[in-house]
Design a protein around this ligand. Sequence first.
Ligand code: AMP
Ligand code: ZN
Length: 147
Amino acid sequence: MSCIFCDIITRKIPAEILYENECALSILDINPIHYGHALIIPKRHHRDFLEVGTDELSGIMQAVHTVSHALVKAFKLEGFNFFANNGAVAGQSVFHFHIHVTPRYHNDNIRFVLHLKRYEMKAMEETAAIIRSAITDLSMPLMRSHT
Ligand code: AMP
Ligand code: ZN
């Protein structure tokens, strides 16, 4: 299966490379939100964040940290965002996981259009309980493998 980011990692197609470590490559986004908008791409192909191995997380985040520092220094930024789209419903268009790091400026008019909700009655407690239970289910096999 062809993947544009795998082709960039293997240097089959060109990109403006900013940084590289053993787990990740950082390039300039070809259609930036602002000039300097960077992508951090794991070297291993993963469709989304859930597929990324825990052994890769610190290398990927180290690259995000380094590139964020560099953007702040290079463009004298007061702020920046980093984010990842996971799944088409969340806006993902390249299905090789990546993290965006983009400069932000005062009055740049970039915002999610948010319609914030309120929890009714016990809904907040119930929602938290559902998530805690899912976390317990996830950690069961991990805990068993450590015993
Ligand atoms: P997403 O929509 O979160 O999957 O982000 C994919 C990003 O990859 C978009 O911001 C694109 O502009 C960027 N992109 C796609 N192809 C290339 C490429 N060949 N080089 C650099 N950036 C790219
Ligand atoms: Zn890929």
